[in-house]
Design a protein around this ligand. Sequence first.
Ligand SMILES: NC(=O)c1ccc[n+]([C@@H]2O[C@H](COP(=O)([O-])OP(=O)(O)OC[C@H]3O[C@@H](n4cnc5c(N)ncnc54)[C@H](OP(=O)(O)O)[C@@H]3O)[C@@H](O)[C@H]2O)c1
Length: 332
Amino acid sequence: MSTNRQILLIETPKGKLAPEHFRLRRSEMPSPGEGEALLRVRYISLDAANRAWMQGATYRGAVEAGSVMAGGALAEVIASKTPEFVPGDLVFADTGWQDYAVLPAKALIKLPHIEPMTHLLSVYGIAGLTAYFGLLRIASPREAETVVVSAAAGSVGSIVGQIAKIKHCRVVGIAGGREKCDWLLNDLGFDAAVDYKSESVFKALKSAAPRGIDVYFDNVGGDIFEACLAQMSIGGRICCCGAVSAYDGAPPTAGPRGIPGLIVVKRLTLKGFIVTDFFAERDTAIAELRSWVASGRLKVQEEVIEGLENTPRALVGLLAGENRGKRMVKVA
Ligand SMILES: NC(=O)c1ccc[n+]([C@@H]2O[C@H](COP(=O)([O-])OP(=O)(O)OC[C@H]3O[C@@H](n4cnc5c(N)ncnc54)[C@H](OP(=O)(O)O)[C@@H]3O)[C@@H](O)[C@H]2O)c1
């Protein structure tokens, strides 16, 4: 019987997340019951939202101290007691941070076999689909409009900006650090980049988006949201995708200023969404993303960290902005 290494969240963090909040445990490999499949986890997806799940229930239940840390993964079916899956099938599922997981068939999303397999977690996974649906279905940018995206060098943001360029928009990215900003400009073709760690976002946006912001794709909330809100054009759209600035620590005491005043005066539309709202259209989105990748118009940036035991450090680093593009952990 193989051993199953599992990473537990042993304490709910009060401030910043640290590797000490996790512990590795060894247990026996589980076996599937009727209607279930046994999965070998191949790659764990690291997501800013992993940290938000520790703060309480959101669109899913909270991750409680003492449980295996939750997380989406690319996994392979190795034994099955359900007719819907056979050994060798690739699936996406919330397996948690462990080597093996047993899940019911309804919790698994079957994936095609494509190369490289890691693209199933990045551009054709939650990140790519969030960028695609959030930008095109929620914000609906029109040609020549100015689109601003925050956490722009991250997995969702880097794809949002590139899709906006494909749609012939002027694209401004907000990211932490000169290197990330240079990458957005020189490699991904953004028109302007704002380094929120070394310059005033409000002032920098004045010159980067002189005609105002038509679409703001918000990944971060907080002060950056506030700076963008103040520079929206009349009739602008804000796509509320996430609020990473509020995930890793105590929640902010006051919300952004300008609400609702600026929303009224500028006739703005703010809309939130969860990527799964659009899963009925997943195949169409993936086909279009694949065509952009194949033609070289959409570049895929991935960071693969080796070893299940390194998952806590990899998440802590993501929250601190270490990553460029999609970060994941190779388990097997
Ligand atoms: N609505 C949905 O269905 C959905 C689905 C997936 C993801 N999301 C959201 O998408 C956003 C991006 O998530 P991701 O998993 O793709 O992570 P990611 O963008 O790959 O990584 C997170 C990035 O956030 C930036 N960041 C961290 N703290 C920040 C702060 N205080 N202010 C500004 N930026 C900060 C860091 O980059 P810097 O170096 O630039 O600081 C870091 O690299 C999150 O808000 C997440 O919740 C939403």
